[in-house]
Design a protein around this ligand. Sequence first.
Ligand SMILES: NC(=O)c1ccc[n+]([C@@H]2O[C@H](COP(=O)([O-])OP(=O)(O)OC[C@H]3O[C@@H](n4cnc5c(N)ncnc54)[C@H](OP(=O)(O)O)[C@@H]3O)[C@@H](O)[C@H]2O)c1
Length: 330
Amino acid sequence: MPNHTLHSKMDDMNNRTVLVTGATGFLGRQVINAFEYRQWTVKGTGFSRVEGTSFLKVDLSDEGQIKKALDECKPQVVVHCAANRFPDKCDKDPEGTRAINVAAPRSLAKLCAERSILLIYISTDYVFSGKPGEAPYEADAQTGPTNLYGQTKLDGEHAVLDEFKAAGKEGLGVVLRVPVLYGPAERNEESAVNVLMDFVSKAQANGMKIKMDHWALRYPTNTEDVARVCHDVAVKYLEAQDRASLPRILQFSSEDRFTKYEICKVLGEEVMGVSIDRIKPNTEGNDPKASVQRPYDCHLSTRALRHLGIDVSTQDFVGWWRRDMRAFRH
Ligand SMILES: NC(=O)c1ccc[n+]([C@@H]2O[C@H](COP(=O)([O-])OP(=O)(O)OC[C@H]3O[C@@H](n4cnc5c(N)ncnc54)[C@H](OP(=O)(O)O)[C@@H]3O)[C@@H](O)[C@H]2O)c1
């Protein structure tokens, strides 16, 4: 390769800019770290929590604000983490949820396609029904969300892929589905996994008796690992000569499988060193009258990522928590 071509390739590598939406959130913070660590210029957007940060305040339900952020930051890549991702909150505010989970990614995709920006849209395993016997799900498996959160995230996927297709820019819009996440948190309630630490502590301290789900299967995946995969996907798609032939939907998941009760047991007995005998396993499954029905098993196949040569290994669940507890104690 001639020297000047090599230099301009290296300059491109060194001048890469990513814009992360939802940078104030549980996953977004780690995505920021993963790209910063790899020497990218990193910009982030948040909404209610931007004060005291370097992130831009962008209301993603306002297309004008998205346009302004893209034109100010001029990223090559956008990682779209912002969403309403609490199933119960989605049910309480369907209209607001559709605005952020469907209309916002559509606007973002349209504007990114116009500017030839690669968009990685973070989605969820809840796009699947999770009926017993169906998992593991390949990326092209039949979807069938069981609740409004999953439906709006699936509609967001379609919106993103449709906008890139309409603009003739297929290959620049990529969906990355992930399961329930754990990792570094500002507060344990940020994560459906981290919060179980609080349940274990409360049961231990107050003698409270707690019933914990021992029916649905979960594959807790670390936000640091997801963030690293976002970076690797960005590089792979930016550098691909034949981008249009790459898959539009990717899936990443840990292979660690637990019910929530089993997570409490591991956190209590193997990490915190306390008994969980006040936490009782509940094997009843969904209450058929509940408005939010949760899937039984949405295990995601990582085959498409592996075919791209992207590392799908993950941190060890217990090992991560033991390290985190040590950091917490010091
Ligand atoms: N957490 C999980 O277990 C999990 C599992 C599967 C998939 N996912 C997906 O992963 C992504 C990230 O989830 P997360 O756990 O990081 O969520 P999160 O902690 O709740 O963060 C959500 C982010 O969205 C921003 N946001 C909300 N409404 C907004 C609006 N109108 N305009 C601009 N920004 C807005 C929030 O900003 P402020 O806080 O500053 O208002 C925050 O940064 C989501 O797409 C979610 O569907 C998450």
